[in-house]
Design a protein around this ligand. Structure first.
Ligand SMILES: O=P(O)(O)OC[C@H]1O[C@H](OP(=O)(O)OP(=O)(O)O)[C@H](O)[C@@H]1O
Ligand SMILES: Nc1nc2[nH]cnc2c(=O)[nH]1
Ligand SMILES: [Mg+2]
Length: 158
């Protein structure tokens, strides 16, 4: 079945990431933030700014090639962060929870937060802001660009 799409604009991503920062504030302070590249980098930057956190670590877990899911592969493990105690992990979303399970194995004591969550991934995340259905594919601002769309009257006539 073709997925439905949920398009997230820069403004919306900024607003949703700030909402996540508000929720995370009461659980802090954190020793630092671990951003899961690449999707977690922008939310992590916004959250780091709001939580006044300057220590940012990155982990690269590659699970998808566009919309096709493969075996998760750790392209870069965390250099610092130990077992994750006192650290905050940030990603843009959880879908199946595959990436989350890999990061949890690497940093079992960290707090894991995402901006968006789908039902299958929800049990793997500690804090998130917006839930979308499992058959929805989230399109981030970096996945899209504005383009010409024909007037409704013209496209309806075809
Ligand atoms: O819960 P899951 O089913 O594992 O899916 C969620 C992960 O998939 C996407 O990353 P992706 O592997 O596409 O890499 P990217 O962040 O570099 O685009 C997204 O940024 C999450 O990290
Ligand atoms: N952009 C994007 N990447 C994903 N990786 C896993 N699920 C998704 C999704 O819904 N949107
Ligand atoms: Mg990712």
């Amino acid at each position: 079945m073709a997925p439905r799409y949920y398009t997230v604009t820069w403004d919306q991503l900024h607003r949703d990431s700030k909402a996540l920062a508000w929720r995370l504030l009461e659980r802090g302070p954190y020793k630092g933030i671990v951003a899961i590249t690449r999707g977690g980098l922008i939310p992590a930057a916004i959250i780091a700014r709001e939580l006044d956190c300057r220590l940012i670590e990155s982990v690269s877990i590659v699970t998808y090639d566009e919309e096709k899911r493969g075996q998760p592969h750790v392209a870069k493990a965390p250099d610092a962060a130990g077992d994750g105690a006192g650290w905050l992990i940030v990603d843009d979303l959880v879908d199946t929870g595959t990436t989350a399970r890999v990061i949890r194995a690497l940093l079992p004591k960290a707090h894991f937060a995402t901006v968006y969550a789908k039902p299958a991934g929800k049990p793997t995340v500690d804090t998130f802001i917006t839930e979308v259905s499992q058959d929805t594919w989230i399109l981030f601002p970096w996945d899209t660009e504005p383009q010409f769309i024909a007037p409704i009257a013209r496209s309806a006539a075809q």
